[in-house]
Ligand binder design. Structure first.
Ligand SMILES: [Zn+2]
Length: 392
């Protein structure tokens, strides 16, 4: 009995300690007084836990803060060099890696271009590159609190397993198992759009409770924030709006249906249509570099794509009524040609009561949204265990 009580009190003490650390991470630089005022903790509890966090190197004192006059109090902030998070975004033609410090600020980055290869080859190269990236930046293995991997596909987030990424042509891959073995880090795996909606919410729309992020690349992925939290649904993969059927006589989709939204509104649709019209095979991003306004065929295809994008968005607005609808992904290379049309069609076709409440926005974080989101996820999942393991 005695032991249980001791265990419980240590558990509660550790929980308070990590709770205070999270607050410093989120709101720092912050003074001890502000911490006490904004939490239920007594000044003595704050003082004790902060001392411990400082002694163990997780928190440092600084003179920067929002002084309201008088003697400047000492402010507390996270020691950014006390832990690192790796965030990896596996796209069809490239892999982007960001190294975040403990303040969730980007410290270093690495971009790899990938030719079409099997998943096994890509994962092996990636593990080697990450090892040398950490060595070059002098990041000690024991300071890495975890690595997050985002993929454009159906993911089992609980087990870190990729079911299917159609545009990568990867199927049934134990991503978490592979990297845990190859690198020894704690691994979190997430769908790209789900990680991106978390990143956008955290950094660009912190007060928004209901939002949808639509990632338009070779496919279309969506992430939903519902009443302030990521909505996963029963399967963990809610938000597959890319496969709502827009035109049942449309092109065949890899899911087996015809005329899914992503077959008519993705970046692949643009390059496919350009090939149909001109016989020229030009990758999407190269098409974006052309003088689009002077290319009548291309301009018409882009307008057509904007209409198709808007029709899918009408369905999202009518079904979920988000406060903010964010468009992200490589489609934004054409934002000057599509956003006005999309807004116009949305106003015309969505139910007006719902349309009036939604703000249409372009991703504020660009192609880093998913990386920020997954870094936050890794932090939230691992930080408690990490601090307790290092302190006790
Ligand atoms: Zn489909």
């Amino acid at each position: 009995m005695q032991e249980v009580q001791v265990g419980n009190s240590r558990y509660i003490r550790d929980l308070n300690l990590t709770g205070i650390f999270r607050l410093i991470q989120k709101y720092g630089p912050i003074s001890r007084k502000e911490l006490a005022e904004n939490t239920g903790y007594s000044a003595a509890t704050i003082t004790n836990h902060v001392k411990r966090l400082i002694d163990e190197g997780f928190v440092i004192e600084t003179d920067k803060g929002s002084s309201t006059g008088g003697r400047r109090p000492v402010y507390l902030t996270v020691n950014p060099e006390q832990g690192y998070i790796l965030a990896v975004d596996i796209e069809v033609k490239q892999i982007r890696i960001l190294l975040f410090d403990l303040n969730l600020k980007v410290k270093e980055k690495l971009e790899l271009s990938i030719e079409v290869r099997t998943a096994e080859e890509v994962l092996q190269i990636l593990a080697e590159q990450i090892r040398s990236f950490c060595r070059q930046n002098d990041i000690k293995e024991e300071k890495i609190i975890g690595m997050g991997v985002v993929l454009p596909g159906l993911v089992d987030n609980k087990n870190g397993y990729l079911h299917f990424a159609p545009n990568l042509k990867w199927r049934d891959i134990d991503i978490k198992g592979y990297f845990e073995k190859a690198l020894g880090y704690k691994i979190v795996v997430e769908n790209e759009a789900k990680a991106a909606v978390l990143g956008e919410k955290e950094l660009a729309f912190p007060d928004v409770e209901n939002m949808v992020y639509v990632s338009i690349n070779e496919g279309i992925g969506c992430g939903i924030i519902f009443n302030g939290s990521l909505y996963r649904g029963a399967s963990g993969n809610a938000g597959e709006f890319g496969h709502i059927i827009i035109d049942s006589k449309g092109p065949e989709c890899h899911c087996g249906n015809f005329g899914c939204w992503e077959t008519l509104a993705s970046t692949k649709y643009i390059s496919n249509r350009y090939f149909e019209e001109t016989g020229k095979i030009i990758p999407y991003l190269d098409l974006c570099k052309q003088a689009i306004a002077d290319n009548e065929i291309l301009l018409e295809i882009v307008k057509e794509t904007a209409r198709n994008i808007a029709i899918g968005l009408v369905n999202i607005v009518n079904s979920l009524s988000p406060e903010v609808l964010v468009i992200g992904g490589n489609i934004l290379a054409l934002k000057n040609y599509i956003m006005e049309d999309i807004e116009e069609i949305l106003t015309e076709k969505a139910l007006s009561v719902l349309k009036q409440k939604v703000e249409l926005a372009c991703s504020k974080l660009g192609n880093k949204a998913a990386l920020y989101g997954i870094a936050r996820m890794v932090f939230d999942i691992n930080i408690e265990e990490e601090i307790i393991a290092r302190i006790n």
